[in-house]
Write a protein that binds this ligand. Structure first.
Ligand code: ZN
Ligand code: ZN
Ligand code: ZN
Length: 300
């Protein structure tokens, strides 16, 4: 994902979160604004509608980032690009923390529904509408942009928010690896469904292909990751130890490479001391959740 920040410009920083704008946004903006131009008398409203889309996407991503930080996770950047926004979130490895970090994005759109409903009503009724017939049209457009983003995002298709919500709910019941496996398989079915539906609605839409390729490749990555996780989770565990962060026991006979001499050794069997060179490794990384914790804290 690191490649997206290349070719992006820094917009601003808020609450410790840096917002970037990818250059390709401008290409699509020029196209999208010219497309909107036909719907309005004034260019101002075509511009305003596109900027409103941008603002709504940004608020949605801030929902993810702030919720992730609230539960103790890491999230310090948001990248906006033509297919929307990406908040880089690393919630703690717990289903509840993941669920809240994902659900908070669409919940922002839910909270915006009454706001834009009110604005639409105001735009229809105000005396300004007599001189500026674009205003009520703009009010309706903004309402439907927000509603459309909400509906699209909560489709239960991994890796859309809805699919990730399904995955975190399954995680409670069948564990992380299997929940990811089931969610990515459901994701393939969902991508096929989206392609079929949007082909039916508009056979010439280029967006269908772009979105299907994007979602399909994310699904495939998750599927491969899920298979790796399942194989990892099946390996026998050393029940004398447990990760202080996620409570998972480490793999028995685990071999990590010593940072000083390069020899592989089992940090749990040797209290974090490399038998070859004697170097002490104070913190051991959990392979289940990625947290680093001192060896004493791992002992049950
Ligand atoms: Zn989202
Ligand atoms: Zn852990
Ligand atoms: Zn060593």
């Amino acid at each position: 994902m690191g490649t997206l920040q290349n070719g992006s410009i820094r917009l601003f920083r808020f609450a410790g979160i840096q917002v970037y704008l990818h250059w390709s946004w401008f290409l699509v903006a020029a196209y999208s604004i010219s497309e909107r131009r036909d719907r309005y008398h004034e260019l101002f409203y075509a511009l305003a509608e596109y900027l409103a889309l941008f603002a709504i996407v940004l608020l949605h991503e801030f929902g993810h980032s702030l919720a992730c930080r609230q539960v103790g996770g890491r999230s310090d950047q948001i990248v906006l690009w033509p297919l929307g926004g990406i908040a880089f979130v690393q919630p703690p490895h717990r289903p509840g923390a993941m669920l809240w970090s994902i659900a908070a994005g669409p919940l922002v759109n839910v909270a915006l529904l009454p706001v834009f409903w009110w604005f639409w009503g105001w735009a229809e009724g105000t005396s300004l509408a007599a001189t500026s017939p674009d205003l009520p049209r703009f009010g309706a457009a903004v309402f439907w942009i927000n509603a459309g983003l909400l509906i699209f995002n909560i489709l239960p298709v991994y890796p859309l928010d809805g699919g990730q919500i399904v995955q975190s709910l399954l995680w409670y019941v069948i564990g992380y690896g299997r929940s990811l496996y089931v969610a990515s398989v459901l994701g393939f079915a969902g991508v096929a469904g989206i392609v079929a539906l949007s082909y039916y609605l508009d056979p010439e839409s280029l967006w269908t292909i772009v979105i299907a390729v994007f979602l399909g490749s994310r699904c495939w990555q998750s599927f491969k990751h899920a298979r790796g996780r399942l194989a990892f989770e099946k390996r026998p565990r050393n029940s004398l130890y447990a990760c202080p962060a996620c409570r998972a026991s480490p793999i028995s006979g685990l071999a990590i490479r010593c940072g000083s001499c390069g020899q592989p050794f089992d940090p749990y069997a040797s209290d974090g001391r490399c038998p070859a060179c004697g170097a002490v490794h104070p913190d051991i990384r959990c392979l289940d959740c990625g947290e680093m914790r001192p060896i004493e804290a791992w002992r049950r």
